[in-house]
Design a protein around this ligand. Structure first.
Ligand SMILES: Nc1ncnc2c1ncn2[C@@H]1O[C@H](COP(=O)(O)OP(=O)(O)OP(=O)(O)O)[C@@H](O)[C@H]1O
Ligand SMILES: [Mg+2]
Length: 260
């Protein structure tokens, strides 16, 4: 699949498929094409060449609103998405629009509120909330629609430790949902994603696991991504290339399985 803005080709011969329930991270430097790819996956943008299929059907002829029932999307900037005057109304809009029956809607909305940690803020106007919480409002409004696939563009941006933990819990709780996350937070990627797409200059350079990605120095260099600090320490001091989380690092040190 290929995509251009005006005359400028931005995505070049991209070919990728996602399986049900997969948790996939897309990483790459600014301008690599991550947001563009994610908008093509939910029909906000349409390819110039090639096709995009959802459950075997080409989405090119389907409207954005039909696609959005199946592919939920949280924008990089939450202000592109929020348009109701309370958090509760914002979250309830999707299920109401999709005509969930009353009980189903209540259950979907309650679940989204719980997963996003917004229970105390339901009557607050979203615009009074800080960026990090506005982001959670958009995540909740996507989850409430119960799509099979959720795409989150930069969900960690501006989040503190508690926000990131909330997000991680959310991702793991939605175990049947395919979740595709665009992010610059490499520690978050290493902790939570088994599959990582590395993008540069409108192409996918690599599609593999955390170890294969973050210990691949030429790949990191080509994509202009800094190797996460933990991996550089493991490599330099343990002479190993198999640890990708602080927990695994701690475990390895405790068990004294360090080779010199
Ligand atoms: N609406 C647009 N019109 C024209 N060019 C655009 C538009 N949006 C993005 N681009 C260009 O397309 C390329 C890819 O942009 P994209 O936003 O997909 O990158 P990204 O990987 O999401 O970057 P970032 O990490 O900064 O969010 C960039 O060169 C960008 O300048
Ligand atoms: Mg982007």
């Amino acid at each position: 699949m290929t995509f251009s803005y005006d005359q400028t080709v931005v995505l070049k011969d991209i070919s990728v498929a996602f399986e049900k329930g997969e948790k996939v991270a897309i990483i790459g430097q600014n301008g690599a094409g991550k947001t563009t790819l994610s908008k093509l996956l939910n029909g906000l943008l349409r390819p110039d060449q090639g096709s995009i299929t959802l459950f075997g059907d080409d989405i090119c002829d389907k409207s954005t609103s039909v696609i959005s029932k199946h592919v939920g999307y949280s924008f990089q900037n939450p202000d592109d998405q929020i348009f109701h005057d309370t958090v509760k109304k914002e979250i309830a809009f999707g299920p109401e629009n999709l005509r969930f029956d009353t009980q189903h809607a209540k259950q979907a909305i309650d679940n989204a509120i719980r997963l996003s940690g917004l229970t105390e803020l339901l009557d607050t106007p979203p615009y009074n909330l800080p960026f990090s919480q506005r982001k959670f409002v958009t995540l909740a409004s996507v989850i409430a629609m119960e799509p099979e696939i959720i795409i989150l563009d930069e969900p960690t941006a501006g989040q503190d430790k508690a926000g990131i933990q909330q997000l991680e819990k959310m991702i793991h709780t939605l175990s049947d949902t395919t979740i595709i996350v665009v992010t610059h937070d490499m520690e978050f990627v290493a902790r939570n994603f088994d599959r990582i797409l590395v993008m540069a200059n409108g192409q996918i350079l690599s599609d593999s696991g955390a170890k294969e990605t973050f210990y691949n120095k030429p790949l990191m260099e080509k994509a202009n991504i800094e190797q996460p600090y933990l991996m550089s320490v493991v490599e330099e001091f343990l002479f190993q290339q198999d640890i990708t989380t602080v927990e695994a690092f701690r475990h390895r040190l405790k068990n004294g399985r360090i080779q010199q």
